[in-house]
Design a protein around this ligand. Structure first.
Ligand code: ATP
Ligand code: MG
Length: 392
C-alpha cells in the first residue's frame, strides 16, 4: 500500500437536496463507514461535498475497500488519492512518485485541477499550468495533450491538503440507503426480484426481504439460493433481514378449492397480503416486486390489477417497463446472474395452471377465492414465519 493513500468519494444527487442535505450527508458518511469496516479501520468524514476515507492503520485492505466504496449508493465516483502539501513543488513530487507507473506507460498527459479552497492564491488553471509545466520537464518523452491524453493527472486543492490522483471510477450512484423509506421486497430465486430489490435500494430504500417456501415441493437448496442472493445484495445494501414464510398449505388449499386458471393469481394475492402484513408490522410503507409488464400471464395489466386488489400500500415495480435482455444485463452487473440461474424450483412453479387467465376480472377472482379461509390461512402461515439476518 502506498503510504498515505486514501479515497475521495464524490456525492451525486445528494448535493442537490437543499435543506435535507445535512441528513443525507450524515447518512452517507455512516453508510460508507459501516461498509468499509470489514476492510480495516478507516476514518471517514465529509468536507465540501466530498467524503474522505483514510486508512487508520497500514493493515487496511485497500483493494477490498476500493471495491466496497464503489458499491455505496449515493456515491457517483471514487478516486484513490494521495494528500500532500499545498505547494506546486509538493504536488509535482507526489504526482511523479504516486503516478510513476501510469507515467511509464503513457505517451501523453494533462493536468486537471480543482480548487475547493477558494482562498488559495492560484486558480485552478494556474495550478494546472504550473504542475503540468514541471511534469513536462520531468518526463520529456511524454507530450502534453489537453484534448485526448493517455493520462489525466487530477489535482484537488482542498482545505488542509492538496490531493493527487488518476481519473476516478464511477460509483454506484443513487441515494444513500435509508433516505428513501423502508419497504418489503418479495424475493424469489429468479432473475427479476434481485434486480428490482437492487434498483429500489439504489433509490435509497431500506429493504426487508420476504421469501415464500413450499416444502416439500420446494427444497432447502432453493431456500439457500435465495439467502445467497440476499447475501450478494448486502454488498450494496448492508445487512438484510430475510423473512422465510411457509406457503405450502395455502398452495394446497388453492389447488383443492379454486379453478385452475386462477391458481397463480390467487397465489400472488396471498403473497401480497402476507408481505403487507409483514410490512405493517415492520413499519415499512411499500412492497417491491420483480414484475415486468407482459412477461408472464400473471403480469398482464389486468392480472396486476387483480393482484393489487388486496393491497393498501404502494406496490413498487421498478422492472415494469424493462425488457428481459436489460434485466439480464443488470443481473450480471450486480453479480446476481450466476446464482439466479441455478435450476431450483420456486413455489411459483409448483401447481402452475396449463391455461392461466390473462384477462382476469377482479370480481371473478374474488368469487373463485370465496371458499378459502383467508384469515386462517394467513394466520397459520405467519405463525410459521422465521427470519434470518444476512450480513455482508
Ligand atoms: P422472478 O424472476 O423474480 O422470480 P418471475 O419472472 O419468475 O420473477 P413470478 O414468478 O411471477 O415472476 O414472480 C413475480 C414476483 O413475485 C417476483 O419478482 C417476486 O417479487 C415475487 N415472488 C415470486 N415468487 C416468490 C417467492 N417464492 N417468494 C417471494 N416473492 C416471490
Ligand atoms: Mg420466479
Amino acid at each position: 500500500m502506498r503510504q498515505n493513500e486514501m479515497f475521495l468519494l464524490k456525492l451525486g444527487e445528494v448535493v442537490l437536496k437543499g435543506q435535507n442535505r445535512r441528513s443525507f450527508e450524515d447518512r452517507l458518511v455512516a453508510n460508507t463507514a459501516r461498509r468499509l469496516k470489514s476492510c480495516g479501520s478507516f476514518q471517514v468524514y465529509i468536507r465540501q461535498s466530498t467524503i474522505y476515507a483514510e486508512p487508520a492503520t497500514d493493515t487496511c485492505d485497500m483493494e477490498a475497500a476500493y471495491a466496497a466504496a464503489r458499491q455505496v449508493f449515493g456515491v457517483v465516483s471514487v478516486a484513490r488519492a494521495v494528500p500532500c502539501e499545498k505547494t506546486v513543488e509538493s504536488i509535482v513530487e507526489t504526482a511523479k512518485d504516486y503516478l510513476a507507473d501510469a507515467f511509464a506507460s503513457a505517451r501523453s498527459f494533462k493536468v486537471e485541477s480543482k480548487r475547493a479552497d477558494k482562498n488559495y492564491p492560484l486558480n485552478s488553471i494556474q495550478v494546472s499550468q504550473a504542475v503540468g509545466g514541471e511534469l513536462a520537464e520531468a518526463f520529456p518523452h511524454i507530450a502534453v495533450d489537453v484534448h485526448n491524453p493517455d493520462l489525466t493527472v487530477h489535482v484537488e486543492i482542498r482545505e488542509k491538503h492538496a490531493y493527487v490522483h488518476a481519473p476516478a471510477v464511477p460509483g454506484a450512484g443513487g441515494l444513500p440507503v435509508g433516505m428513501g423509506g423502508h419497504a418489503v421486497s418479495l424475493l424469489s430465486g429468479g432473475l427479476d426480484s434481485p434486480v428490482s430489490s437492487w434498483m429500489m435500494a439504489r433509490r435509497g430504500v431500506e429493504l426487508e426481504m420476504v421469501h415464500f417456501v413450499s416444502p416439500p415441493y420446494t427444497s432447502q437448496q432453493a431456500q439457500d439460493k435465495v439467502l445467497e442472493l440476499a447475501h450478494l445484495l448486502t454488498a450494496w445494501c448492508g445487512r438484510l433481514r430475510v423473512h422465510i414464510v411457509p406457503f405450502t398449505e395455502i398452495q394446497e388449499e388453492i389447488r383443492k378449492n379454486c379453478p385452475e386458471e386462477y391458481f397463480t393469481l390467487i397465489m400472488r394475492r396471498f403473497m401480497m397480503r402476507l408481505a403487507q402484513a409483514i410490512a405493517k408490522r415492520a413499519g415499512a410503507k411499500a412492497l417491491i416486486t420483480g414484475e415486468s409488464l407482459g412477461q408472464v400471464a400473471s403480469q398482464t395489466m389486468m392480472a396486476l390489477g387483480v393482484t393489487d386488489d388486496v393491497t393498501q400500500m404502494p406496490v413498487l415495480r421498478p422492472l415494469i417497463g424493462m425488457d428481459k435482455v436489460e434485466i439480464i444485463r443488470m443481473s450480471r452487473e450486480i453479480g446476481a446472474y450466476e446464482t439466479s440461474i441455478l435450476p431450483y424450483e420456486d413455489c411459483c412453479t409448483v401447481f402452475t395452471p396449463r391455461h392461466p387467465s390473462t384477462r382476469p376480472k377482479v370480481e371473478d377472482v374474488r368469487a373463485a377465492e370465496a371458499k378459502l379461509d383467508v384469515p386462517g390461512l394467513m394466520a397459520r402461515s405467519l405463525e410459521g414465519e422465521e427470519w434470518v439476518w444476512v450480513k455482508p
